[in-house]
Structure formats: C-alpha cells, structure tokens
Design a protein around this ligand. Structure first.
Ligand code: FAD
Length: 391
C-alpha cells in the first residue's frame, strides 16, 4: 500500500482550468498508450516512430499558443504543462514536437508575412507538413548571434544559400527547413523557408548519438541552394528576430527538463517502493529517502519556477533572461535528479528497459541544446550586471 506516485507535490496543475486539465489527460493517455510501449525499442534502433504523427496531430495541440491560422490560441502555461507531460515519458518525442510547434512554426509565426503564415501554419498545425530549424553550424554553435558563416545572396527573385547546418532536428524527413543565413550584401541574418526538394539542399542523418536517439538530427549542406524571395521570412530582419523564437522555445526546454526529471523521479519512487533488500523495501532506508526528497525538492522548485515563467509569458512580460534563467536552472537540476534516479535503481538503472538510462542520456542533450549552461548564464549575467561577458 503506497500513495499514488505523482511528482506534482504542490498540486501545481490546480493553476490550470478544468478544460485545460482535460487536455493534459488526453496527452497523458496518448503518451502512456502509444509512446511508452515503443519508446525504448525506437531509442535503441535510433529511429523515429512516424506512425505516431497522425495520432499526435489529432490531439490538436500543435502551435498551441498561436492566434489564428488554425492554431488553438491557448495559454503558454498549458503549453508548458504539455511539454512536461510529453518529456515525462520521453524527451525525444517532446523534442520532435518542440521543433515542429516551437522552432519551425514559431519562426514563421514571429518572422513570416501574413501570406506566409496563411500558407504554412495551417498544414503545420495539422502536422501534415513537418518542419525543422537550422541555426547551428559545424563550426558555429554558441556564437551563432554574431558568427553565422552560412551565407545568402539575392539574385533577382531568388536567393542563393551556401553553407552547412549541424544538429538540425527532424531535418532528415522534414518538408520545410527554416535556414538562417547571413546576407553577403547587408550583413544581416535572414531566415528562409527551404523546401526539402530545393536544388542544392542535402540533409544527412547524424549517426552515433548517445542521447535523444529518436530525434533525427541532420547535417545539412547547402550548395548554391536556390530559394525564391517569396520563401524568405519577410519579417526576419536580423538575429534579434531569431532570438524572439529562441526566447519562447527556451522556456519550453525548461518545461521539458522538468518533465524529464519528473519521469525519472516517479520511476525511482515506484522502484524503491518495490525493490527489497535486507528484507525491506529500499524506500524504507533513510539514505534512500534522503535522495528521493532531494529529488522531489529540486523538482518542486523547478515546477514552481516554470509555472511562473509561463505566467510572465502569458502576460507578455517574458524576457530573454527570464527564459535563460529557467533553462539553466531546470536543465542543471534535472541532471542531478536523473543521476540520483539511476543510483537508486542500482545495476538495473543502466538497463534500457527501466527507462532511467534513457532519461540520463537525454538529459545531457537538453542540457546543451538551445543554449548551453554557460551561454544562458551569460545572458542572465549581462541582464543583472549590465555588462556583457560573452567575449
Ligand atoms: P560550442 O558552442 O562549441 O560550445 C562548447 C562549450 O564551450 C560549451 O560548454 C559552451 O558553453 C562553451 N562556451 C562557448 N562559448 C562560451 C563563452 N563565451 N563563455 C563560456 N563558455 C563558452 N541547433 C539547431 O539549429 N537546430 C536544431 O534543431 C538543433 N537540435 C539539436 C539537438 C541536439 C540533440 C543537440 C545536441 C544540439 C542541437 N542543436 C540544434 C545545436 C545546439 O543548439 C548546440 O549544440 C548548442 O547551441 C551548443 O553549440 P555547440 O554544440 O556548437 O557547442
């Protein structure tokens, strides 16, 4: 007889309205029934389960916070809870979804013209069209703000793009890839909706990843890739516009980290309540309880933080530094939570079938993408001291 396993110790879901809670339950059911049973085998195979896309689309949660274009126009708080709910079962599926709904659709929503939004967002919302977001390059990661080497040059009613992009999630099968490149004429960063069949576009799968193995990341090579002017994001005038997208998605990654930690904590609590040593369940030992409580306290602090973050977002007050602080704190704490969870599973913690090994590995990728700990720390440091320490 043990209490129900639930990592929401302070009942933060009470912040949601009843109809929002009902959406959470639908997503929870989808993740438990459709994703959980297959996730470890797909993770091992390093493949994406394409069959889940139509079912995920039916949940009508893609592009959740955007107004119009077939999008539900819901709150950021609900979106955060949904990201947590997905990552609680699997971080790769939540990453796939975050790239589609956040990075790719967000680039069009924040930087596209009215015409571009009307053309691309509805089919992306229905997940009939899958998107990717290409900012990082083989030699340019953290320094993307000033250092992009991928170039674009206007030639009549076309643009010619040259360069490479690395780590681009979904890009092996995406229909459209947002590519950020520096204009050789005015030096500004511009965004392009690159259709997968564009001449000069090539995406190769990155093999051998030890984290988020279900996410299909690609190395993209653009060789005199031709993109029509009508596919240039018309309201993307420089990196500051790219940053608008990243502000929103970094908040989402903070929520995702909470989900990862929550999934690991709940698995560990369940396991320690069942596993017996010395004739007693291991959860009855003081040192095991100490670890569990430490995990729960971190988790509760993270959850409370991201709820407030989303409230700021919903009231239009979210800043880059708000999002960065939560991204750093939550991904850092989740690293501790998953490692404690693995410890509590003993040897069984390294077996894929127990989920924990996957959480441990995936937490490493979440920790580094969408701005590393150092870069997000420097964003907050700059805001609170008024001094930039980037270079
Ligand atoms: P680097 O920038 O080379 O950094 C290496 C180390 O140096 C880090 O610890 C970093 O913090 C530190 N460092 C760098 N500069 C400073 C400084 N000024 N001060 C202190 N320390 C510093 N990118 C996309 O565009 N689209 C995607 O879909 C995408 N998906 C990804 C999925 C995965 C699984 C991964 C791993 C990455 C993905 N990325 C994606 C790229 C990701 O955003 C970058 O990996 C990240 O920004 C870090 O860049 P980097 O890996 O080149 O590391």
């Amino acid at each position: 007889e043990f209490p129900e396993i639930d990592g929401d110790f302070y009942d933060l879901h009470d912040l949601l309205k009843p109809d929002e809670q009902a959406i959470i339950m639908q997503v929870r059911e989808f993740m438990q029934k459709e994703v959980r049973p297959i996730v470890n085998s797909y993770w091992l195979k390093d493949e994406f389960p394409h069959q889940i896309i139509p079912q995920l689309a039916k949940l009508n949660i893609c592009g959740l916070t955007y107004q119009g274009y077939g999008c539900p126009g819901r709150s950021s708080l609900l979106e955060g809870f949904l990201a947590m709910e997905m990552a609680r079962v699997d971080c790769s599926v939540s990453t796939f979804f975050g790239v589609q709904s956040g990075l790719a659709m967000g680039s069009i929503y924040y930087c596209g013209s009215e015409e571009q939004k009307q053309k691309w967002l509805p089919p992306m919302q229905r997940m009939e069209l899958i998107g990717a977001f290409g900012l990082t390059e083989p030699e340019v990661g953290s320094g993307a703000a000033g250092g992009l080497t991928c170039t674009c040059k206007r030639n009549g009613d076309k643009w010619i793009i040259n360069g490479q992009k690395k780590w681009i999630g979904n890009a092996t099968f995406a229909d459209i890839i947002i590519i950020w490149a520096r204009d050789l004429d005015d030096g500004n960063v511009k965004g392009f909706i690159v259709e997968k069949d564009s001449p000069g576009f090539k995406a190769e799968k990155i093999k051998g990843k030890m984290a988020l193995r279900i996410v299909q990341n690609a190395l993209i090579t653009l060789t005199n890739c031709e993109v029509p002017e009508y596919n240039r994001l018309q309201e993307g005038h420089g990196f500051k516009d790219t940053a608008k997208v990243l502000r929103m998605t970094r908040a989402g990654v903070a929520w995702q980290a909470v989900g990862c930690g929550r999934g690991a904590y709940e698995s560990a609590l369940r396991y320690t309540n069942e596993r017996k040593q010395f004739g007693r369940t291991i959860s009855s030992f003081q040192m095991v309880q100490d670890l569990l409580v430490m995990m729960l306290s971190n988790l509760t602090a993270m959850q409370t933080m991201v709820c407030r973050l989303s409230q700021l977002q919903d009231s239009g007050r979210l800043t880059d530094e708000h999002a960065s602080l939560a991204k750093v704190f939550c991904t850092l704490r989740t690293r501790d939570i998953v490692s404690h969870a693995r410890e509590l599973f003993g040897g069984n913690g390294i077996l894929i079938e127990n989920d924990i090994a996957r959480f441990v590995a995936d937490a490493e990728a979440i920790y580094s993408y969408e701005g590393t700990k150092e870069i997000n720390t420097l964003i907050v440091g700059r805001a609170i001291t008024g001094q930039s320490a980037f270079v």
